[in-house]
Design a protein around this ligand. Structure first.
Ligand code: ARG
Length: 496
């Protein structure tokens, strides 16, 4: 077996296997193999157009590269004797196309700008995929919320019954959080979409390269200008991992609720069998394992973020090999976030909400006491703090009925609510969770018409977001197709 094609000049190649595989990023580079082929194609086309290499060499190189693009990379390229996929593909091209053509591939570039470009291409793809998944999740939450604007449930603070709300309101809270995740990823996409290619090792090159041309061929919006920054920068990677970690923190919160809600003392939801496991000893068990593992994956992705920040901090300009250690954390974070988003959608789709249990709990724990205090303010002109004290004292006395409230009012404020006209029906109405919800119609509140308005607004935002994703995807695949077609034309022009 031939050795490492890069170690024919300066260094000997008699390394122990332990060092060779320690240095190689080949396994993680499986994530960027296809991107690297695109980068090679763009680079060769630019070299030819700029008159840096002759057309015949470009045609030979492209004839070897296009099958790799079409059929994928042969397994032999992933041999760990190569330091990375860039060296692997170059060695393959030299072998299959000959040194005259293959040996010209790397004119005017370095693996430093090459890998930075590959990472951004693959990351762009993954972010767009995540945006699509998030859009699907938001659509599901919106559709489910539509069915539950009247489904009463308790709302919690400190995990104590706090005030009644509806399932729709609760689901739309998650929709709002996932919309911000969507925004974050979409904003990151703008920064990811700048091409480092042409930066070479860090100081660009003396060849008359055209950076804007390769950027355009690869579907980038512009170039990452400063060439030292272009090879050294990994903030876009850290940002993407951070987007993933923030998303996963919300996924994990929702999963925590599903775990809680599916327990038999809460029993608000039954999760689909497909997402649950049973016990090897307790035959009755149905455990929410998918939600639990997702909750843990948030920890894994956060770990990737901490690793990324720690690897990059204090690295001097420009490229340092430490950066190779960063990429696997990115792929892991993106992979786990993607599959958790997808599985969360499946789990929610199959979840059966128990409306009866939710209604039973809606008004428990004195959770309508706030509305009762508000009624005392609205209808009897009390300051809120006084009303709050009266209702709180009645709770302490053990009941929220007319007599106890009146006793509490005498004690706390020296007034009689009875004398002021409060009657049993008035108390009952104030304590009715449906009533409490119906008056909470401020924007974003739980009143059915307020939630309905949120749902409509969220649905139209989502329509816009979905077409944004489709548009971005289309623009990139168009650039891709155009480049491949131009490469084919170049080859054909040489054959004629
Ligand atoms: N495998 C390397 C990485 O992931 C590619 C760049 C190598 N550059 C170098 N100067 N050794 O960062």
């Amino acid at each position: 077996m031939a050795g490492d094609s890069l170690r024919t000049g300066r260094l000997g190649d008699d390394r122990p296997e332990s060092v060779t595989s320690f240095l190689s990023s080949m396994e993680a580079d499986r994530w960027i193999g296809n991107a690297d082929v695109l980068v090679d194609i763009a680079h060769v086309m630019m070299l030819e157009r700029q008159g840096i290499i002759e057309r015949q060499y470009a045609a030979t190189l492209l004839s070897a590269l296009l099958p790799l693009h079409r059929d994928g990379l042969p397994e032999e390229i992933f041999d760990e004797r190569h330091e990375d996929i860039h060296a692997g593909i170059e060695a393959y091209l030299i072998e299959s196309a000959g040194m005259d053509a293959g040996g010209r591939l790397h004119i005017g570039r370095s693996r430093n700008d090459e890998v930075a470009t590959c990472i951004r291409i693959r990351l762009r793809e993954l972010v767009l995929e995540e945006l699509g998944l998030l859009a699907g999740l938001r659509r599901l939450l919106i559709d489910t919320a539509r069915e539950h604007t009247g489904t009463m449930m308790p709302g919690f603070t400190h995990l104590q019954h706090a005030q009644p709300t509806t399932l729709a309101h609760h689901l739309m809270a998650y929709e709002a959080a996932f919309s911000r995740d969507f925004e974050r990823f979409a904003e990151s996409l703008g920064r990811i979409g700048r091409s480092p290619l042409g930066a070479a090792a860090f100081a660009s090159t003396g060849y008359p390269i055209d950076r804007a041309l390769t950027a355009g061929l690869l579907g980038f919006e512009r170039i990452e200008e400063n060439t030292m920054d272009a090879v050294a920068a990994r903030d876009v990677v850290i940002e993407a991992i951070s987007d993933c970690a923030i998303l996963m923190s919300t996924v994990s919160r929702l999963c925590e609720e599903l775990v809680l809600w599916s327990s038999s003392f809460v029993a608000f939801v039954e999760l689909p069998d497909a997402c649950c496991s049973t016990s090897s000893i307790m035959p009755q068990k149905k455990n929410p394992d998918t939600a639990e593992i997702m909750r843990a994956k948030a920890g894994t992705v956060t770990g990737a973020l901490i690793a990324a920040l720690t690897i990059v901090k204090a690295l001097p300009m420009s490229y340092n090999r430490d950066l190779q250690e960063l990429s696997p954390h990115l792929w892991k974070a993106a992979f786990e976030s993607g599959r958790c988003t997808r599985l969360l959608c499946d789990m929610l789709k199959g979840a059966r909400f128990n409306k009866t249990r939710m209604r039973e709990e809606a008004a428990k724990g004195g959770s309508t006491a706030t509305e009762l205090a508000d009624v005392l303010v609205r209808e009897y002109g009390l300051p809120f703090r006084t009303a709050h004290g009266i209702v709180g004292r009645a709770v302490r006395l053990g009941r929220l009925d007319l007599a106890t409230l009146d006793a509490a009012a005498r004690e706390m404020a020296g007034i009689s609510l009875l004398a002021a006209g409060l009657d049993k029906a008035g108390v009952a109405r104030a304590l009715d969770p449906e009533f409490g919800i119906s008056v909470r119609k401020a924007p974003g509140g739980p009143a059915p018409e307020a939630v309905q308005a949120s749902i409509s607004a969220a649905a139209s935002r989502l329509d816009g977001d979905e077409s944004y994703v489709a548009g971005r995807q289309k623009a990139i695949s168009r650039a891709n197709e155009r480049m491949i077609q131009e490469a084919q034309e170049l080859i054909a022009s040489q054959q004629n």
